[in-house]
Design a protein around this ligand. Structure first.
Ligand code: AVJ
Length: 337
């Protein structure tokens, strides 16, 4: 009562533009050419992704929200009072409200996202709506190898008491290949154990991870090829970002969005296909594309329930509970360190 506007505190660890420049030069010089999916999320990319989640074919977001609404109270009982929630890839921090509203006296919230402005606005809104909650916005690439190596693992988690819950929704873990996913879960498991219980009765921390499940390939195909073309715009925006930030000369009309499910690898791949032979400049270099050549822009791995439990076990995490929607499209796992 009486204090000024409540704002989230802010910590900026995100790789600066040179991170983007070097990733683009490295990725476009590789064969096959590739670009890291984290670079989708400039302001326009974040706006387009939010629009994707509203498309009828893109079931993951609304399905995960349904699970949180349906089972959030049970999750809150399991997690216990006074938790500190650390959300990876926090975006607009809408989903986490379903959890915060059900948790008993959550101690704090750290939102971690690569999209700086989007992150700060979302965390300021959260701080205003939850004045009792200590809110920190941390701009970082939670999938970046450095972050994975634990160099940039956030100090703030040691700031507050309470059981740590690393909330990693959206199946963003699917952007990692199986080796990276194992490293990621192992890192966070070690961090949770190292951060350790500070009070005698404090239970070990864990990860609440959202994972998209394997299903009818037609359903998966549609989710990445929505009729309205928003996913295509999201994919192509990466070229527009290179033009904006790295002086690129990409003609977005000269590349086509392509997304398909590879059942062998259990992943949806997104590519940008060169429609013709062309030479493009980016970051001071020239890149020659042949017609039909692609830039691989994203993988979205899909898992089975036992597949996640096996991956978690190899990462030293115990699968204490799993929640799925009635159609078995998506699942949330509570993995205890
Ligand atoms: C935010 C990475 C989970 O892989 O489904 C949506 C991103 N890409 N449509 C996903 C995405 C194309 C999304 N993740």
């Amino acid at each position: 009562p009486g204090h000024g506007p409540v704002r989230a505190s802010f910590l900026d660890l995100a790789p600066r533009e040179e991170g983007f420049r070097e990733a683009v030069l490295r990725g476009l010089s590789a064969k096959p050419r590739t670009l890291p999916a984290t670079f989708f999320y400039d302001a326009e990319g974040s706006r387009l992704f939010d629009l994707i989640t509203a498309q009828p074919e893109y079931y993951p977001t609304r399905t995960e929200i349904g699970i949180l609404a349906e089972s959030g109270a049970e999750m809150a009982d399991l997690l216990g009072p006074g938790c500190q929630v650390i959300e990876l890839g926090s975006g607009s921090s809408v989903k986490v409200r379903l959890l915060l509203d059900r948790l008993e006296d959550p101690a704090g919230y750290v939102g971690i996202d690569i999209s700086r402005a989007h992150l700060r606005a979302a965390c300021d809104r959260l701080a205003a709506d939850y004045p009792e909650l200590d809110v920190l916005a941390l701009c970082a690439d939670c999938l970046h190898p450095e972050f994975l190596a634990g160099i940039a693992v956030p100090p703030p988690a040691s700031r507050l008491p309470g059981r740590r819950v690393v909330f990693f929704p959206g199946s963003t873990i699917g952007n990692l290949d199986p080796v990276e996913a194992l490293a990621f879960l192992s890192l966070w498991g070690r961090w949770l154990r190292r951060a350790g219980p500070r009070a005698a009765d404090e239970r070990p921390g864990g990860l609440l991870v959202g994972v998209d499940l394997r299903k009818d390939p037609a359903r998966l195909h549609a989710a990445y090829n929505d009729a309205a073309g928003v996913t295509a715009a999201f994919n192509l925006n990466l070229l527009a970002r290179i033009n904006r930030e790295l002086g690129g000369s990409f003609d977005p009309d000269a590349f086509a969005h392509r997304a398909f499910y590879d059942p062998e690898r259990g992943r949806v791949e997104m590519h940008l296909v060169s429609r013709r032979d062309q030479i493009v400049r980016a970051a001071g270099r020239s890149f020659a594309f042949q017609a039909g050549e692609t830039i691989h822009t994203e993988n979205s791995y899909k898992y089975t329930l036992p597949g996640v439990a096996a991956l978690a076990a190899r990462a030293g995490l115990r699968t204490e509970r799993t929640w799925t929607d009635p159609d078995g499209l998506f699942a949330l796992f509570w993995l205890v360190a």
